[in-house]
Design a protein around this ligand. Sequence first.
Ligand SMILES: Nc1ncnc2c1ncn2[C@@H]1O[C@H](COP(=O)(O)OP(=O)(O)OP(=O)(O)O)[C@@H](O)[C@H]1O
Ligand SMILES: [Mg+2]
Length: 307
Amino acid sequence: MTDKPNSIDDVQTMLGAQDYVCDRALGTVVFLALTLGRPLFLEGEAGVGKTEIAKALAAGLGRRLIRLQCYEGLDAASAVYEWNFAEQMIAIRTAEAMGFEGAGADRTALKDELFTQDYLIERPLLQAMRPQPGGAPVLLIDELDRTDEPFEAFLLEALSDFQVTIPELGTIHAPEPPIVIVTSNRTREVHDALKRRCLYHWVDYPGFVREIDILHARAPEAAAALSQEVVAFVQKLRTEDLFKKPGVAETIDWAKCLLALDVVSLSPEVISDTLGAILKYQDDIQKLQGSEAKRILDEARASLAPT
Ligand SMILES: Nc1ncnc2c1ncn2[C@@H]1O[C@H](COP(=O)(O)OP(=O)(O)OP(=O)(O)O)[C@@H](O)[C@H]1O
Ligand SMILES: [Mg+2]
């Protein structure tokens, strides 16, 4: 376990050591979340590095990362705990085979035995409340906007007191609250009550210099000249009217594709052959066919030219 960072600079250095490029604003909110023990709510477009923050933070702090991936229909059983019915059935059958009476003291004893830790399946929220060797874990509640409101209300309660009550076992309380990161792609607005419990940060697309830094950290084999062209092109592309703008993940993927093809410099042909790495909708890809790719490339090159 590493000590919690003492300053915003420390946070930036710690995340940097995990190849995560963290600007001052993000560093500040992460520092505050750690210092005040508040959950951090991160919103932003797809592929801008929200999930990665939690991974880098856990690795940097030497904590366990526990991830709750949200989806429509996620319920408390899948998020907190379930009883292992299959194992319980086997135990009942075995007891029957061994001459279990099915009534009286035998029955009570069997029932007590079936609802113990041995038959409990711990899901992420319960796992996050258990003491961990390296200290409180990082709990990532990923893509919260995919769940429905009842689950959100349930989560609100779990986040406010960090305890879970299992009727058969009693209340389990986290000895030290986990470090909570909640992310959302904003496909719907998350309720105010939950946001109020958290510190909030909007993760934006990085500017040119920061995206170059990220590419350097994640695809160090890319030469400087190619990286600059790739980033300048993607940055221009984000100003176009597209259905789905490319995230940082796409920039990295694209650079890796170009490297695999031994491309040293962009051309309209290369762009049109590899567009599938940055644009994932046919309408967007079609828009960039023909002269459009050349126009954006020319503009991107112009922005790189020394003034
Ligand atoms: N600031 C950054 N520093 C280093 N790598 C980054 C940064 N931002 C994004 N990345 C890279 O982009 C990839 C995608 O990031 P991530 O999966 O965290 O995005 P996301 O915002 O969670 O997207 P989604 O909403 O689609 O889940 C990461 O694997 C990482 O390689
Ligand atoms: Mg994500």
